[in-house]
Design a binder for this molecule. Sequence first.
Ligand code: PMP
Length: 437
Amino acid sequence: ELPGFDYQPKPYKGPLADEVLQKRKKYLGPSLFYYYQKPLNIVEGKMQYLYDESGRRYLDAFAGIVTVSCGHCHPDILDAITEQNNLLQHATTIYLHHAIADFAEALASKMPGNLKVVFFVNSGTEANELAMLMARLYSGNLGMIALRNAYHGGSSNTIGLTALNTWKYPIPQGEIHHVLNPNPYRGVFGSDARCYAEDVQDHIDHGTSGKVAGFIAETIQGVGGAVELAPGYLKLVYDMVHKAGGVCIADEVQTGFGRTGSHYWGFETQGVIPDIVTMAKGIGNGLPLGAVVTTPEIASVLAQKIQFNTFGGNPVCSAGGLAVLRVLDKEQRQKHSAKVGSHMIQRLNDLQKKHDIIGDVRGRGLMVGVELVTDRKEKTPAKAETGVLFEKLRELGVLVGKGGLHGNVFRIKPPMCFTKDDADFLVDALDYAMSKL
Ligand code: PMP
């Protein structure tokens, strides 16, 4: 039984899964994956729970896709959106509107150093597009360095930065250099940041003119399977990239807003301050919103032309985003993520002693990865078993994400209102499912 929650979902009278699936297949374009064998028709959400068409409740340990930072339909955020919705939904960013300015001010106050200029966009992909454009204009160079196993978006340019085979189409990607992934579990150099950083220097020295536009990395890789970069890596690489005339971009699309527990931003876990920070997902608790934050100096490169975005930072999204920042502070979600996350990681570490299939437990706060292997020594990805366990967890009422190059990593990144009881339920469900394998 799921932990108690007295919310009653509204009776659902809409179309059922089969009908939705047929329409989706007919009208929504091909997709390589439907997440579950028997598609899940989600019709309502409340905080860390989702409800299907029959009113069945699920623990959402994936937060949408690491998106719902505060909880589904959080009352404070709903109030803020509704109030703005009733006044003005859209007036283009050509006019003045206080919501966008208030939100930008609040966001800038969360940033360290000189990171004080905000651009609003509509998604993580767009944020990374804009960051890449700025890096190229500012440096006067084209070459971008990104990590293998990275996900930075699916548009023509950002798909070039992405380095996960399942997402890549064979299109020209131009001047993008993918360096070794400093993954302590699977990487060739273990946790030795210096060796991985040498690979970056090698690319700069031999793959470019010696000058680059920039370097981009998720501070903990998300789609790639909650991979924390070898400690000290970003510090070494940021120095190299700066010396080569480039700017350093931190992709905080999944890691920002206190999710790591120990810090508000993922880059702080590596003790660096980037030149450009991109964000989306958790910034809007599910609203389509993204942002790029940079220094006045770098931002000024865009002043040569018009940099304009029709919807980015529209009044409703801005009001929602501002409410998100306030809720995270008011409810002390960063501290909460640290507490619940370390309890969950501890319990997962104990579970690893019991089940050989768990090759690695990693992460921070509520950004956790469990990598499954059929052979611990060889680290052989347990692809089929991951699929079976994934379906079993759904049966037990727990939704997690899947990721990693081989699809063998459970990604546990719930809304930050996730409780210790929820974490216990999830680990118990995993334990039960694994014992039935
Ligand atoms: N960066 C990271 C780290 C992501 O995880 C994602 C989405 N999974 C993106 C960028 C792209 O964001 P969006 O899907 O909002 O375009």
